[in-house]
Design a protein around this ligand. Structure first.
Ligand SMILES: Cc1cc2nc3c(=O)[nH]c(=O)nc-3n(C[C@H](O)[C@H](O)[C@H](O)COP(=O)(O)OP(=O)(O)OC[C@H]3O[C@@H](n4cnc5c(N)ncnc54)[C@H](O)[C@@H]3O)c2cc1C
Length: 275
């Protein structure tokens, strides 16, 4: 299929991109890696009248450490997340999560901003961003604002971004990046969308698990106080009980919940000190 007709705009700055989105009055969509938007347009499930291509907006590609944050521009590709030394040093959980996304061609085009904005319930990066207490810099017709990654997604393929708002960067606190972490997912084949995924971080007397593939939005389960090997089964059972996935063509709800327990055990073991 071919997409419905649309006007194509290629801004050079964030300000121009925001203006182009605003001018279209809610009928425009930003184009990042195109790995989700283009198929949706070809199937005519998305019919934007204006496509605002972000691929020439250089400021969206920065990746730097600034004032205690790892700042990752929205147009940083999955492949760069997986291989960049700054990400490896300050947010290794994010690098690992990116390695699980699709295949090489998809990782070469897909972007962190696009993945977060697309909000696929089985996507790796929204869960990794939440696990790391990341914040998003957002720009829009009303100016700039900051959104916690944990507050972005409100359901499957749905976010709390306002009309014409653009994610410009993902900011990971270096303190969270320094915590111990674990990541695991189950898919039919490596590169397929996750059936269930789990990310864990531990440190500073707190631990948390973020689950994907088990609800419309990523599910975060906090663990107060210290965690040791003996405490893992109770946390894994709590995570299992917190999930209420539905049956679908890929897996039953019961299987998904059982696998949550398995994966949470695995990622918490990875994240315990001395492992
Ligand atoms: C075969 C295949 C397998 C895949 N497997 C996986 C997988 O295993 N895991 C996974 O997570 N993903 C997977 N993907 C999706 C891939 O990760 C996409 O890259 C990602 O979902 C969207 O990123 P994008 O940069 O391509 O965004 P686009 O497709 O360009 O855009 C996606 C949506 O986000 C909006 N958008 C884009 N950028 C911004 C921004 N900066 N601010 C606000 N809105 C924005 C767009 O308007 C659109 O609505 C797969 C895709 C394919 C085709």
């Amino acid at each position: 299929m071919k997409p419905a007709p649309f006007r194509y705009v290629r801004p050079g700055t964030v300000a121009e991109a925001v203006a182009a989105l605003a001018a279209a009055g809610g009928e425009a969509r930003p184009l990042a890696g195109g790995q989700s938007l283009v198929p949706l347009m070809n199937l005519r499930l998305a019919r934007p009248t204006v496509v605002v291509d972000l691929n020439r907006v250089g400021e969206l590609e920065r990746l730097a450490v600034e004032d205690g944050w790892l700042v990752i521009g929205a147009m940083v590709r999955h492949r760069r997340l997986a291989t960049d030394p700054l990400v490896a040093r300050h947010a290794p959980l994010l690098a690992e999560a990116a390695r699980w996304i699709g295949h090489g061609a998809i990782r070469a085009r897909g972007t962190i901003g696009g993945s977060l904005a697309h909000a696929d319930p089985a996507a790796e990066l929204p869960c990794a961003a939440i696990a790391l207490d990341a914040e998003l810099s957002v720009d829009g017709p009303g100016g700039g604002r900051t959104v916690a990654a944990a507050g972005l997604v409100d359901g499957a393929f749905s976010t709390r971004l306002g009309g014409g708002e653009l994610i410009t960067a993902v900011r990971v606190p270096l303190a969270a990046g320094a915590r111990r972490w674990g990541f695991a997912e189950l898919a039919r084949r490596h590169g397929d969308f996750a059936l269930v995924l789990a990310a864990a971080t531990t440190g500073d007397g707190v631990a948390g698990v973020t689950l994907g593939g088990v609800a419309g939005a990523p599910l975060r389960v906090e663990v107060e106080g210290g965690l040791d090997e003996a405490g893992i089964p109770a946390v894994a059972a709590r995570c299992r009980d917190a999930c209420h996935p539905g049956d679908d063509v890929h897996a039953t709800a019961a299987w998904r919940r059982a696998m949550v327990e398995v994966l949470v055990t695995r990622v918490l073991r990875q994240a315990l000190p001395g492992r």
